[in-house]
Design a protein around this ligand. Structure first.
Ligand code: TXA
Ligand code: MG
Length: 331
C-alpha cells in the first residue's frame, strides 16, 4: 500500500507500524529503504527474510539527528564528529563502534554499527515520529531483493515487495545512488562505498587522508553493498568506451534482428537499427546518478537482453556511478 509521505496521518501510521515491529518502505534522498525498528532483533529479522539477504550482512541504521548516534555508538572519534557536522543530514553513512547491548541483529553481529541521518523530509518526519514512540533508529537497507537494483521510486518498492508493505511515497530520490560509507572504527577514515559525497569532500571536511579498503589490514565484513557483483539488472550489462561501443553497433548492422540491446551512452552514437534502444547518459554526474537505477529498471521492463553502457569519465566525482556500473557489469 503506497501512502503519500507528505500526509502526517500516513507518517504517523508508518511510525506506529515500526513501533509494532512491522516493516515500512521509506524514501530517502539516496534510494528507498526497507525499514524496521533497529533495536528489535525480531523486526530486523523480517528485513533479512523479505530481502533474501544473508543475516550476517550489516544494515544501515537511520537516526533523526546526530543526537541519535550515542544511542547506538560506543564512541565517536573527532573526525567522525566533523563528518557529521559537514554532511548530516545527508547521504553519508558512518561505521562506528557499537554499544554491545543494542542493534546486534541490525549490525549483522558486527561489533560496529552503520549510522546515517537522511535529509529527505519524509524520512526526517518518520524518524522523528518513530522516536517519539521510543524507536531510536530505523534499520533500512535499500528496498530491493538481495543483489537487485536499488529502488528510487515508491512504485519500484511495491514491485519488489508487493502491496502488503506500507510504503511512504516521497517522490523520485534526488541522489539516486546509495550513501557514501566511511569506516570510522580504525583511527583513520576508510572509504567502504563511494557515493555522491566524494573522497575530496570527505578529506576536506575532516582534514585527514581517506584510506581505501585495500589499504587496511583486516578487511571490512562481507556486505552486500560492497560485493563485487551487485546492483544487477536482469539483462547482461557491459561497459565499453565510446569508440568500442560504436564499433559494436556498426558490427550489428542495420538488418540486426537478434537480442534486444539497450545503449546508455554520453557520446552521440550512430545506432544501426530501431531494435536498439538508445538512451543518452547526461554529461552531469548528479543527473546520471539520479536516473541510473531507474534507467536500468526501465531496460528490464522493456525486455532488454543486453545493456551496453559507455564507461563514465575517470574523474573523482564519477566514482560512485562508476562503482555501481562496475558491480552491475560483474554480475
Ligand atoms: O543510501 C543508503 O545508504 C541506503 C538508504 C536506504 O539509506 N541504504 C543502504 O543500505 O544502502 P544497505 O543495507 O543496502 O547497505 C548497507 C551497507 C552494507 O552493505 C555495508 O557495506 C555497510 O553498509 N555497513 C553497514 N553496517 C556496517 C558495519 N557495521 N560494518 C561495515 N559495513 C557496514
Ligand atoms: Mg542495497
Amino acid at each position: 500500500m503506497i501512502l503519500d509521505g507528505r500526509d502526517p496521518a500516513a507518517v504517523s501510521a508508518a511510525a506506529q507500524a515500526l513501533h509494532a515491529g512491522e516493516l515500512v518502505g521509506l524514501p530517502t534522498e539516496t534510494v528507498y529503504g526497507l525499514g524496521a525498528d533497529a533495536a528489535s532483533d525480531t523486526a530486523v529479522a523480517k528485513i533479512f527474510s523479505a530481502k533474501g539477504r544473508p543475516s550476517d550482512h550489516p544494515l544501515i541504521v537511520h537516526v533523526a539527528d546526530a543526537s541519535g548516534v550515542d544511542h547506538f555508538a560506543r564512541e565517536v572519534p573527532a573526525f567522525a564528529h566533523k563528518l557529521m557536522q559537514a554532511f548530516w543530514p545527508g547521504p553519508l553513512t558512518l561505521i562506528l563502534p557499537r554499544r554491545p547491548e543494542v542493534g546486534a541483529a541490525a549490525a549483522g553481529g558486527q561489533g560496529s554499527i552503520g549510522l546515517r541521518c537522511p535529509s529527505h523530509p519524509v524520512a526526517q518526519a518518520l524518524l522523528l515520529a518513530a522516536r517519539a514512540l521510543g524507536v531510536h533508529g530505523v534499520a533500512a537497507p535499500s528496498a530491493n531483493q538481495f543483489g537487485r537494483v536499488s529502488p528510487t521510486t515508491a512504485a519500484h518498492v511495491q514491485g519488489e515487495f508487493g502491496d502488503g508493505l506500507l510504503i511512504l511515497d516521497g517522490g523520485a530520490c534526488e541522489v539516486g545512488i546509495e550513501s557514501t560509507i566511511i569506516d570510522c572504527t580504525r583511527g583513520v577514515p576508510v572509504l567502504l562505498r563511494p557515493g555522491r559525497i566524494t573522497r575530496e569532500q570527505v578529506q576536506a571536511a575532516c582534514g585527514l587522508r581517506l584510506l581505501d579498503k585495500a589499504d587496511v589490514a583486516s578487511p571490512a565484513p562481507r556486505a552486500s553493498g560492497t560485493l563485487e557483483a551487485h546492483y544487477a539488472p536482469n539483462a547482461k550489462l557491459r561497459l565499453m568506451d565510446g569508440r568500442a561501443l560504436q564499433t559494436a553497433l556498426d558490427v550489428l548492422g542495420k538488418d540486426f534482428d537478434g537480442a534486444t540491446i539497450a545503449v546508455y551512452a554520453r557520446s552521440l552514437l550512430r545506432v544501426p537499427s530501431s531494435k536498439v534502444l538508445y538512451r543518452r547518459m547526461p554529461d552531469d554526474v548528479a543527473a546520471t546518478a539520479q536516473q541510473l537505477f531507474a534507467v536500468l529498471r526501465d531496460f528490464d521492463v522493456q525486455g532488454v537482453n543486453l545493456i551496453w553502457v559507455e564507461t563514465p569519465p575517470e574523474t573523482p566525482d564519477w566514482e560512485g556511478v562508476r562503482d555501481r556500473l562496475q558491480r552491475a557489469a560483474a554480475s
